[in-house]
Design a protein around this ligand. Structure first.
Ligand code: NAI
Length: 247
């Protein structure tokens, strides 16, 4: 079993919860953060009921002051944090460029992209002080492709990959690895906004494995990216899409 600590944003449900559960099962203490206190407490209970250990902090990642203060508090409480998973994100209101509302653009960029910059800014300082560690940013296949009606989402995830690569080249020599994961459609609440017929088309005709992904499959990939089994992986954006992008 691993005796390490992992800090996760957006850990109340979906991919964040699945990642927290998977890391806890392999021996990590999990430091869970989210904007939603009710579902955050549920994730903590799931982990504790399974014999794991978790602490929680309320954190709205669109607020840079909160990011700074929660990270300062978390490292004070935990003394050492080995891994950070910057996962919190939103889909945003879909619209073509010429009808995209400024506030919808600003909101998606704040929650999905600026948040990752501010998280990295303070997390990398912590890892420098500790002498090393590991970060996984949750980007998307949309960070490698255009998304019809989703210019804000696609731009934010392209930006996350850029931040990941830059952090990897700046900090690799300091025993810090930074990678991104790029899932396609995974069965969580975020895809509820996607029309059902489109999801069925994707599963049946675009994904060679003939199904959407499961949160546990993303969690297992993140667990691998944080482990020593991926010790030479740095600055990478790992696509997890059932083969969708291969054809
Ligand atoms: P989800 O909607 O199930 O969970 C998102 C979590 O983030 C929730 O717990 C929510 O409360 C939290 N959150 C939202 N805004 C927040 C904020 N301002 N501050 C802190 N927490 C906030 O969605 P899912 O699928 O688990 O998404 C997680 C990440 O995975 C996101 O970054 C998303 O863009 C990315 N992703 C998801 C894919 C999918 O198909 N499910 C595909 C590719 C990427």
């Amino acid at each position: 079993m691993i005796d390490k600590k992992a800090f996760i944003t957006g850990a109340a449900k979906g991919l964040g919860r699945a990642t927290a559960v998977a890391l806890s099962a392999s021996g990590y203490k999990t430091i869970l953060t989210d904007i939603d206190p009710v579902t955050l407490a549920e994730t903590k209970k799931i982990i504790e009921d399974a014999g794991g250990s978790a602490s929680t902090y309320l954190l709205d990642v669109s607020d840079k002051k909160q990011i700074e203060s929660v990270l300062i508090q978390a490292i004070k409480d935990e003394k050492k944090i080995d891994a950070f998973i910057n996962n919190a994100g939103i889909g945003g209101v879909m619209a073509p460029f010429h009808e995209m509302k400024d506030e919808d653009w600003d909101n998606v960029i704040a929650v999905n992209l600026s948040s990752v910059f501010y998280c990295l800014k303070y997390q990398l300082k912590i890892l420098l002080d500790q002498g090393g560690g590991n970060i996984v940013n949750v980007a998307s296949l949309a960070g490698k492709k255009g998304v019809p009606l989703g210019c804000h989402y696609s731009a934010s995830k392209h930006g996350v990959i850029g931040l990941t690569k830059t952090a990897a080249v700046e900090y690799g020599s300091r025993n810090i690895r930074v990678n991104a994961i790029c899932p396609s459609f995974i069965e969580t609440d975020i895809i509820e906004a996607v029309p059902k017929p489109l999801l069925e088309f994707v599963a049946n005709f675009r994904v060679p494995l003939k199904r959407l992904g499961r949160p546990e499959e993303v969690a297992n990939a993140i667990k691998f990216m944080l482990s020593d089994d991926s010790s030479y992986m740095n600055g990478h954006s790992l696509v997890l899409d059932g083969g969708m992008d291969a054809g």
